[in-house]
Design a protein around this ligand. Structure first.
Ligand SMILES: Cc1cc2nc3c(=O)[nH]c(=O)nc-3n(C[C@H](O)[C@H](O)[C@H](O)COP(=O)(O)O)c2cc1C
Length: 300
């Protein structure tokens, strides 16, 4: 199931593909993969390099007693799906800095960074994860002997994506709900709090219309049937004349990626149905009309 984010501007595929499912397959996480996830978190930056993160980690099949103790700390709603995950983790922060024993105001920030790195590593390895604030902190403290000076922050379910049909009906529906985010104009401000910064405001390419001119259009999104003459992303039908990514049907004239149906006339990658006329890679099903170096429509 592809639940890639409908981004307004191009981002790395690993970030676009990450989402938080509740359906986990009954399949263990490979130990080496799990160690790499923990290693990815370990190498996150942190204030004063204090690395204020700690964690309790249990594999469902290999560490069943600890795993069940973690399940027992989750809220009932989270228990109903997270008990099937291959791995459960409880992420904890150290409240104070070793440096002068001051309160660490950035502990939560640093843990978030570590978990972000872990989630990118998981996505790269074909794993999924779902973070949870819904758990009983006092119960976790007691169950695992977490001392004063440390705060249980976030539980995380990690595993392989499962079938939503295995979830209770209400949860299954949420697996298909649209993925939404506030627009950048509501979260990125300039001179005045609450007012969009120029970089995300007018002229950022997020509107309909005919867009031309390289620089200004770098990494923009056009949602309608339009023509995008610079680099960027064209999400619907139309013609993309520069390099970039075309996710709908249409024609991409230069190098870049064409993810939907349509024609790719120049070099680049064709991921969906369509025709690839120039050199480049053909990753989905589709037709090659010439060119070299393609992978031949193997549906990879
Ligand atoms: C710190 C944190 C706590 C969360 N707590 C819960 C939770 O208790 N239960 C749950 O089902 N989802 C929880 N989520 C998942 C969010 O609801 C989810 O990330 C958000 O809706 C965005 O969806 P996406 O991750 O699929 O993009 C939590 C996420 C974070 C980062």
């Amino acid at each position: 199931m592809d639940r890639s984010a409908p981004v307004d501007h191009p981002i790395h595929d690993l970030l676009r593909r990450r989402w938080s499912p509740r359906a986990f397959a009954d399949r263990p996480v490979d130990d080496a993969d799990l160690r790499s996830l923990l290693e990815a978190a370990r190498w996150a930056p942190s204030s004063f390099n204090e690395q204020p993160w700690r964690s309790i980690v249990a594999r469902r099949h290999a560490d069943p007693i600890v795993f069940q103790k973690l399940v027992g700390c989750l809220s009932a709603g989270n228990q109903s799906w997270a008990h099937r995950a291959g791995v459960l983790m409880l992420a904890v922060t150290a409240d104070r800095l070793a440096y002068k024993d001051r309160p660490n105001r950035h502990a939560g920030h640093d843990l978030g960074l570590a978990l972000a790195q872990l989630s990118v590593e998981a996505t790269a390895r074909g794993l999924v994860l779902h973070q949870m604030g819904g758990f009983d902190r006092d119960r976790a403290r007691e169950a695992f002997g977490i001392p004063e000076g440390f705060t249980p922050m976030t539980a995380v379910a990690i595993g392989h994506l499962g079938d939503p049909a295995d979830l209770p009906e209400a949860l299954a529906q949420r697996e298909h709900a649209p993925r939404v985010r506030r627009p950048l104009t509501e979260t990125v401000f300039g001179a005045t709090w609450g007012e969009a910064a120029p970089i995300v405001g007018q002229g950022s390419g997020a509107a309909d219309g005919r867009l031309e001119g390289g620089d200004q259009l770098g990494g923009t999104s056009v949602e309608g049937d339009e023509r995008l003459a610079g680099d960027g992303r064209l999400a619907s039908k139309g013609r993309l004349a520069g390099g970039g990514k075309l996710t709908g049907g249409g024609r991409l004239a230069a190098g870049g990626k064409l993810a939907g149906g349509g024609k790719l006339a120049g070099d680049g990658e064709l991921h969906g149905d369509g025709e690839l006329r120039g050199g480049g890679k053909l990753r989905g099903e589709g037709k090659r009309q010439g060119g070299e170096g393609g992978e031949g429509g193997e549906g990879t």
